[in-house]
Design a protein around this ligand. Structure first.
Ligand code: GAP
Length: 439
């Protein structure tokens, strides 16, 4: 069998996502909304597998990490304090010829207008704030201004004292959150890579300034476990420490976890030493004391923050790219998603060979569903076609109930990656699936 991964391309991933119902362009019947996507059945299961793995990867570290779920809307004061109102902008230019807008720092813009091709026909560079602004309530005055959050982190910072006083955690500890963020990107692109509405998985680690550098290094090393856990080929992962001129003024160090996409090495996750900036700012703007009291030294201090922030949708895209392969099986090219079993949306498919086996195969299906995993039952089309469909959605095993099954009480289990088949006793199938999932 010949496995070829260099066949990965964005077009193929987008087509596969649409064909198999992983991802749809949002509001498609109205022409879509650029940079916004909806997730179908299989896509939403993969996202939930990613969230679960992320939480597990944090719990397998050290120290307490508590969960949190903040609001998506925040009053203007939050975003003034965080610096987003004044600084969360991208440089933008308009093409004087076709009036389309682009990020001024997009390398394609240097070659001419990506839409109409006109060269050197740009407005001066302006700063474009990427937050979505809205008004809350009936009175449209300054006090009603609110923003959809451009990152989940600020909701954690402004609730720091609430969490500290209600969850019995002590410094050092982490607060983790999974939720939506919104950015009015000038040019959303590369499918799920740069979206206007996306999800982040962020963990803010609160510690004493003395230990912060050590924790930063710990988190840089530990975060790689997440990528191993979800089955990413580690040759496609690297860490890139930021240059001094890339750092925010309050940050002493930051490292990106990058993935080797077909369109280049790109940021997947940011690990940042944020100093005391966030809590100090919110303390200053809200007038509330956000320091903690150290029982040992009998002094108060503002905790330092180390942040790990990864985009769920971007991780989803990485997962599909990493798993995508085409190979030749019995003279035919097939598309196969070599997802780690724990990330696969469907764990096993039950395929009766003919309609005659429907009844006993249904019984097996009902039994296996009790494991609590997504199991599919498919009896339509040739067995070859059914295998191909399951290969494309990454189902690790197909289980065929065939002509001999009634007699020998065995089924044929076909492995997605090798296409090898083995005969297994019906009463061993559940144990086989559990073992495959490491349970
Ligand atoms: N709280 C820090 C923060 O938000 P960021 O580097 O702007 O840092 C963190 O974002 C992660 O969120 C990125 O590494 C990426 O995975 C994801 N992300 C950011 N902007 C995104 C977008 N427009 N579309 C999809 N994912 C995005």
């Amino acid at each position: 069998m010949n496995t070829e991964k260099s066949v990965r391309s964005l077009e193929k991933i987008v087509a596969l996502c649409k064909r198999r119902g992983f991802v749809y362009p949002s509001a498609e019947i109205y022409g879509g909304l650029n940079g916004v996507y909806d997730f179908g059945h299989l896509g939403s299961i993969i996202k939930s597998n990613l969230r679960q793995a992320w939480i597990e990867s944090l719990q397998n570290s050290f120290g307490p990490i508590v969960m949190f779920e903040g609001a998506l809307l925040g009053p203007e004061a939050v975003w003034k304090a965080s610096g987003h109102v004044d600084h969360f902008s991208d440089p933008m230019v308009d093409c004087l010829n076709c009036k389309r807008r682009f990020r001024a720092d997009d390398p394609d813009v240097a070659k001419g207008c990506p839409a109409c091709g006109k060269k050197d026909s740009w407005t001066p560079v302006r700063q474009f704030n990427m937050m979505f602004k809205t008004e809350v309530g009936a009175a449209a005055d300054g006090s009603s201004i609110a923003y959809l959050r451009p990152e989940t982190a600020q909701a954690i910072f402004i609730n720091f004292k609430n969490v500290l006083s209600t969850t019995r955690v002590k410094i050092p500890f982490g607060i983790a959150q999974i939720g939506k963020a919104f950015r009015n990107e000038i040019t959303p692109k590369q499918f799920l890579f740069r979206m206007r509405e996306f999800e982040q998985m962020e963990m803010e680690w609160f510690c004493h300034a003395d230990g912060a550098q050590k924790y930063f290094e710990f988190w840089c090393a530990h975060r790689l476990n997440f990528y191993r856990m979800i089955g990413i080929d580690m040759n496609n992962i690297r860490q890139r420490p930021h240059e001094k001129d890339e750092l925010a003024h309050y940050s002493t160090c930051c490292t990106d976890v990058e993935y080797n996409f077909p369109f280049g090495w790109k940021e997947m996750e940011g690990i940042a030493h944020r100093g005391t900036f966030d809590l100090t700012q919110h303390s200053k703007f809200s007038g509330k004391d956000l320091s903690v009291f150290d029982e040992e030294t009998k002094t108060s201090f503002v905790p330092t923050v180390v942040e790990c922030s990864v985009g769920t949708d971007r991780a989803f895209l990485m997962l599909l790219f990493d798993a995508y392969a085409e190979d030749v099986v019995e003279g035919e090219t097939r598309i196969v998603l070599r997802l780690a079993p724990r990330m696969a949306p469907v764990k096993a498919a039950i395929l009766p060979l003919t309609k005659k086996q429907t009844e006993p195969a249904t019984k097996l299906y009902e039994d296996l569903k009790k494991l609590g995993h997504q199991i599919e039952f498919d009896e339509s089309g040739s067995i070859g076609k059914r295998y191909r469909r399951q290969d494309e959605i990454g189902t690790p095993v197909c289980i065929t109930y065939d002509f001999d099954s009634d007699n020998d009480q065995c089924v044929t289990v076909r492995d997605r990656d090798t296409t090898k088949q083995e005969r297994i006793a019906l009463d061993q199938v559940a144990a086989y699936i559990k073992k495959m999932l490491g349970k």
